[in-house]
Design a protein around this ligand. Sequence first.
Ligand code: NCD
Ligand code: ZN
Length: 433
Amino acid sequence: MGSELLFRGARIVDPASERDAIGDVRVRDGAIAEVDDRLDAGPAEVFDCDGLVVAPGLVDLHTHLREPGAEHKETIETGTRAAAVGGYTAVAPMANTEPVADDASVIAEVVAAAGKARLADVFPAGAVTKGLEGESLAEIGEMVDAGVRIFSDDGRCVPTARTIRNALTYARAFDDVTIAEHCEDVSLSIGHQMHEGLTSASLGLAGQPGAAEHAIVYRDLEIARLTGGRLHLCHLSSARSVELVRQARSDGVRVTAEVTPHHLILTDEDLAGYDTNRKVNPPLRSAEDRAALRVGLADGTIDAIATDHAPHAVEEKDAEFDRAPFGTIGLETALAVVLTELVEPGMITLPRAIEAMSTTPARILGARAHGGPIEPGRPANLVVFDPAERWTVEAPFASRSRNSAFLGREVRGRVRYTVLHGELTVAEGKATR
Ligand code: NCD
Ligand code: ZN
């Protein structure tokens, strides 16, 4: 606080105010002070942003920070540093930690550690069921009182319609509480290593069909319809899931959905080299599934892009394919791969990408200080990036892990500055703390 920053001559892309124009942004005392065509420098530190984009800081609806319990994979500090380097100012860490975040004490611990690191705001997800066991509901009321707005057993699917009904009914009592589902019918996916299809057959790996996901999508949409509770669907991967959401939405069901960069960009055929960093859950699916996800993102059926940043240690991923854990890191590459693979080829516009990575996830999370609008008086949570800078995805990462599905890929678009409540968490592409 106290310092004054002036970002000069950037393309300001701010879906919340529908601004997409060149201008200057002044940041003072933690807030946006002025936005205009041309501002006087005054006492501010000036950043020449010719050719750069200024946007609201990115917001991730689906992050695994692993603390407490698996600090060898990631900690709240290293994970939020990875977030900052990737242009994120807010993340929602999932509850599948050890212990599980199923009561207010674990939530408080996560919030306190993030507050100490000051690298990103965290909005922890609370568990839906105690211990993620799928039996009795977690201490949802207590966690709501502690500020939690999103609940998920992510990593696991809520096993019965009855339990998801109870959770959505409970959520209905609070206007702004969302239940986020990891859609997976484990009776169809048990033992799976990848998507079921020609590729799994030729690679000799056990597959799970898209129906393992969309059967649960269908179930949960029906329960959302029944209860009126707010449902969010995590990391959608199958074409049928998109179609079901489109239909339910048009019927007025309160549902939002996310997709990951890896499901938007890769397919099951990218597992031909048995790269365990591409072993993820839900699995990379067919080219037809990927095409439907892209259309769904472009037309707004899928609301948000979420990373599902899932760090695992080198020695865990450096195993036989069928023994390696599921997950890829994503915070440091999401913006670049979306710009390179979706925006540049014209599948989505840059404002749509920012909306899906910031404006909309902030709204779903109830993260009012994030997602724009970039207007005077608003908290200064911003990302400044160079859409043209080329780089190759490779270690070292700010994350404690390096299990990226995109290792070795050439991308365009790099974060230069991230501003969290008026302070630089990233300057010249490097974390400042
Ligand atoms: C996640 C993890 O490692 O916690 N892994 C993954 O492949 N997505 C769990 C999850 O998000 O389902
Ligand atoms: Zn999941």
